[in-house]
Design a protein around this ligand. Structure first.
Ligand code: ADP
Length: 296
């Protein structure tokens, strides 16, 4: 590792999942017991960890990805995709379990229903020892073991990094994780499962950024509430909106921006992601976000 000992080497370290996404386009989402014929099919790199790492890198952050893939073709493909985005993969470990998969159904309105198979992601920090490179921001989600999120945030705090948690998929969390979280970024469903903003503050979270889909976002601290207006777009597929929002938020925070200002940029990133199909293909670059903001 290069860089002075007290200088974070990365802007953002993402500790999370990497999946191969299998995406079916349908008229409507299947009901229990129903079999539908898809209108279209595509395979993309995915997983909240990988998506958010790519979102950070496209927003100009020096980004490292810490996680696990299988020793299979999908694992080789995901590593190559991360590297093509300029993301450091020296802490991406290949394990014997298969690479994670996500089965994504998208209806004609852009609504989605997703099933995730953890595979290699279940090994992150449990079967393999994690090494956390130093960074300004450490970002985690809940597609890896929760005990790993806890130990990652403990090291992040020791290193003086800002800890950002995207509590997705929705899950109740042990208070110890929340006590180590500087900024939590739930959507409305996730916020409800966690018991709402006041519960999060009660456990020691400093800032809650709640994403509200087409209604934008809110940024709350125990003493302030601010609404972030949505950026007007015509959505075609909401997959990746949350990931684009969080990637932009973390990159801007790593640049030293206040959370509210970072969330305004993130709202543009999230909105732009809804205008393109898929997750990784839809994540905007810093240049695209800046261009959109200049037209606001
Ligand atoms: P998730 O995909 O995690 O459920 P959201 O749907 O809340 O997340 O979207 C994340 C962010 O993306 C929102 O806070 C908002 O800023 C932006 N966004 C999502 N959908 C739209 C939309 N239809 N129009 C404008 N902005 C959107």
């Amino acid at each position: 590792m290069t860089g002075a000992s007290n200088t974070p080497y990365f802007d953002v370290v993402v500790v999370g999942s990497a999946n191969l996404d299998l995406v079916a386009s349908l008229e409507s989402l299947p009901k229990p017991g129903e079999t539908l014929i898809a209108n279209g099919y595509a395979e993309h790199a995915g997983g909240k960890g990988l998506n958010q790492a790519v979102a950070c890198a496209r927003m100009g952050a020096r980004t490292a990805f810490v996680g696990c893939v299988g020793s299979d073709d999908a694992g080789v493909m995901l590593r190559a995709i991360l590297e093509k985005e300029g993301i450091d993969t020296s802490h991406l470990v290949s394990v014997s379990a298969p690479t994670g998969r996500a089965f994504i159904n998208v209806d004609k309105h852009g609504e989605n229903a997703i099933v995730v198979i953890a595979g290699a992601n279940a090994f992150v920090g449990t079967e393999i020892q994690l090494q956390l490179p130093t960074s300004r921001v450490v970002l985690a989600q809940l597609e890896i073991p929760l005990e790993t999120v806890l130990s990652v945030f403990e090291s992040a705090r020791r290193n003086g990094s800002v800890t950002v948690l995207n509590p997705a998929p929705a899950s109740r969390l042990q208070p110890e994780i929340l006590a180590l979280t500087d900024i939590i970024v739930p959507n409305e469903t996730e916020s409800e499962v966690l018991g709402g903003t006041s519960v999060l503050f009660g456990h020691g979270v400093a800032t809650v950024v709640t994403t509200l889909g087409a209604h934008g976002a809110t940024v709350e601290t125990p003493s302030s509430t601010n609404h972030v207006d949505p950026f007007a777009v015509t959505p075609v597929d909401t997959v990746g909106a949350g990931d684009a929002f969080i990637g932009a938020l973390c990159s801007e925070i790593a640049r030293g921006r206040a959370v509210l200002d970072a969330a305004k940029v993130a709202a543009v990133g999230g909105a732009l992601a809804t205008t393109v199909h898929g997750a990784v293909p839809s994540l905007p670059t810093l240049q695209q976000v800046q261009q959109a903001m200049s037209k606001q």
